[in-house]
Design a protein. Structure first.
Length: 176
């Protein structure tokens, strides 16, 4: 896909965006995480269920998560979510990038970079000293992307469970 950043618009997500965001999230997982996460887990993901979950979270009163979408010609092709860093159930003064997904077929065209740039700029403006994120340890493409944009692995690693299998994640950090 020949994407150019100049015709890309990044804006806050609305409830009407929940379905396309769910399509991007589920498609992203099923494409990028094939071979990294159990296939049964990926196969069980449903766009309709994910869209409803996105809607519930977006409309939840007091939810500190900020959701952004990237659109081109009125079509949503990327999504990012960020907010306070979660250390277990405790929120800290640091920011965390919870999610960044680009619709398969639009990878490598600047969409992810535009979402990440907007997210990091907003976090810096809000006074967060650091931004952290978690990435699958074996997701080499994502790790290279974050490293290219100034994030470094800080040595912290934790697994998450998917279909009874522990999948290792590593933490990355970016300081202004």
């Amino acid at each position: 896909m020949n994407d150019t950043p100049h015709d890309l618009r990044v804006r806050e997500m609305t409830p009407a965006d929940c379905r396309p965001v769910a399509e991007i999230r589920v498609g992203g997982w099923q494409t990028a995480y094939a071979g990294l996460v159990p296939q049964s887990y990926l196969d069980a993901m449903r766009v309709a269920e994910d869209a409803e979950r996105r809607r519930e979270l977006l409309l939840k009163p007091g939810n500190p998560v900020v959701n952004l979408v990237a659109e081109r010609a009125g079509r949503i092709i990327g999504w990012a979510a960020y907010g306070p860093y979660r250390d277990g159930e405790v929120r800290t003064d640091d920011a965390e990038l919870y999610a960044l997904y680009v619709r398969p077929g639009h990878w490598g065209g600047g969409v992810g970079a535009a979402l990440l740039r907007t997210t990091t700029e907003r976090c810096e403006t809000a006074g967060h000293d650091r931004m952290l994120l978690w990435v699958l340890r074996d997701n080499v493409r994502a790790r290279r992307f974050y490293e290219h944009h100034g994030f470094t692995a800080d040595g912290t690693e934790e697994p998450f469970e998917a279909a009874g299998v522990e999948v290792p994640e590593v933490r990355y950090v970016r300081a202004p």
